[in-house]
Ligand binder design. Structure first.
Ligand code: HEM
Length: 294
């Protein structure tokens, strides 16, 4: 890892300049490798997770689930109506017709009752066993990747240099929000405040919470860490938190892709694949910082 840090600073020193813009070595091999490992893991975990959810397309708060309890907060289902079978989604008692997507979906004339549609699940047909095997396989890959990322980022300085929040970040936040809203991006070595918040939120809040709530749902883990379930308000609450974190990660992913496309996808993709990133010409940078300080 030390050699990575050394080769990074050597590469930075040797950064090439084209038309005033500089090509710098921004993402270490560890950042790139772990990034793609968790992107692949989360893809499979999302689609197999939706298949597992389909086995019981309801979410509850608390320790119990079943006919005798009134603690359902979300339900996806199908019902017979005078217009034929319809799919519905009920959130906190408010029912929405979601035919074609949630509850009742499939090719015209061949629709079936299922929570999430077949295009959103792995396998596309109902197979809980296969989904669970794939889900747990990638859960361990994701957990190992996060630990590797943490050790590498502590050792090569990525965490301290690029992600740790500074007082300056707080001052820059309003300007950053305005710039993002206007889709105006500065291509510099450093992450901006919103990037630090989003990446930090995913790496230190959402992914650990996903892993902890996943462990809390596992019966074998209950014997190893019996307090985990109670700490999270019961297995059903853990399952609901797991689902909400999934929604937040999907939201992050959509915004992440939107920002990458808006900031210049070729440059952004090159940096997360090869490590090399083209920064704004220095003159422009200086002008921007003058503008910012004005
Ligand atoms: C579930 C999927 C994904 C998650 C959770 C995720 C998360 C992240 C995180 C946490 C970082 C910061 C990494 C660090 O600094 O250590 C990052 C950076 C980045 N990601 Fe993703 N990512 C995902 C998918 C993707 C995809 C599909 C692409 C490309 C199309 C992509 C492109 C990038 C780029 C270009 C950066 C560097 C941004 C920059 O340097 O300004 N990511 N991602």
């Amino acid at each position: 890892m030390e050699s990575v840090a050394r080769s990074q600073s050597a590469a930075e020193l040797g950064a090439s300049a084209t038309h005033g813009a500089k090509l710098i070595y921004r993402q270490s091999a560890w950042t790139r490798l772990t990034h793609w490992l968790w992107a692949i893991s989360l893809f499979f975990m999302l689609l197999t997770g939706l298949q597992i959810f389909n086995a019981r397309p309801q979410l509850y708060i608390g320790k119990q689930s079943g006919f005798g309890y009134d603690n359902t907060i979300l339900e996806i289902g199908a019902e017979n109506t005078s217009a034929g079978p319809r799919g519905y989604t009920e959130i906190f008692g408010h029912r929405f017709d979601t035919t074609g997507v949630f509850g009742w979906s499939g090719p015209a004339g061949n629709e079936t009752a299922r929570g999430f549609p077949s295009w959103a699940t792995i396998p596309s047909y109902y197979d809980l066993g296969t989904a669970r095997v794939i889900h747990f396989f990638f859960a361990w890959i994701l957990t190992t990747t996060l630990i590797v990322w943490l050790v590498a980022s502590l050792t090569n300085g990525h965490l301290r240099r690029d992600l740790a929040p500074r007082l300056d970040d707080l001052k820059r936040l309003p300007r950053d929000v305005i710039d993002h809203a206007r889709l105006k991006f500065h291509h510099t070595r450093e992450y901006n405040t919103l990037q630090k918040m989003a990446y930090g939120g995913v790496l230190f809040l959402l992914l650990p919470l996903m892993i902890i709530t996943g462990l809390a749902m596992s019966p074998s883990m209950n014997s190893v860490l019996p307090f985990l379930n109670d700490l999270l308000g019961g297995r059903q609450t853990a399952r609901t938190i797991h689902f909400i974190v999934m929604l937040l990660l999907v939201a992050f992913f959509l915004i992440h892709i939107l920002m990458i496309v808006a900031a210049g996808p070729i440059n952004e993709l090159r940096s997360i694949i090869t490590g090399w990133y083209r920064t704004d010409p220095p003159a422009q940078d200086a002008a921007k910082s003058l503008e910012r300080n004005a």
